[in-house]
Design a binder for this molecule. Sequence first.
Ligand code: SF4
Length: 216
Amino acid sequence: MRDWNGELGAVAASVETIPSPSINQIESEHPHPWSVLISTIISLRTRDEVTLDASRRLLAKAPDPEKLLELGREAVAELIYPAGFYKVKADQMVRLSEILMETNAGEIPCRLKELLALPGVGLKTANLVLGVGFGIPAICVDIHVHRIANRRGWISTATPDASETALRAILPRKWWIDINRLLVKFGRIVCTPQSPKCSECPVSSNCPRVGVTRHR
Ligand code: SF4
């Protein structure tokens, strides 16, 4: 039986002083599912510092879907530049705001199926909105969670979406929301994509290092 509390508790302690990912920072500044939704869309294929600044600029002018529609596509694109694919993302945000205003009085849905039906919203974004935005247990699997969960032998999967399904079957629900924030931080400083720092890892003693060919 895996000691999840011991293992993830040690990971959490090792990254305590590392700044949280941009989405979590934005949520603490603007505690509403809308801010999580918008900043997660901005974050796709975009560096964390850029996501943070772009989200702050946009949310200052568009704290809800109605205000975002008043701004319009051009202004939204300008505010989130230089986020990757900023014009596509501006277009998605305008379209999803229109849908939310027409179908849900501007409110963000709190069900996975309805979130996935919105433009620009995939499984990762939907689960982050549920977990971080609404506090509903959901596992957001990005490249860090996918990589580390496989390296540690928790699961054996080929894609982040498959990892989400596999983790749902084994991870205690109390860790569902936090696993993303913890492993993103851990993946940036210890279990890095190339040559992980196994000599500094607090949970190296029971790590099978699946697929790791080089480490420090
Ligand atoms: S021992 Fe190495 S591969 Fe395993 S979790 Fe730690 S840093 Fe990652």
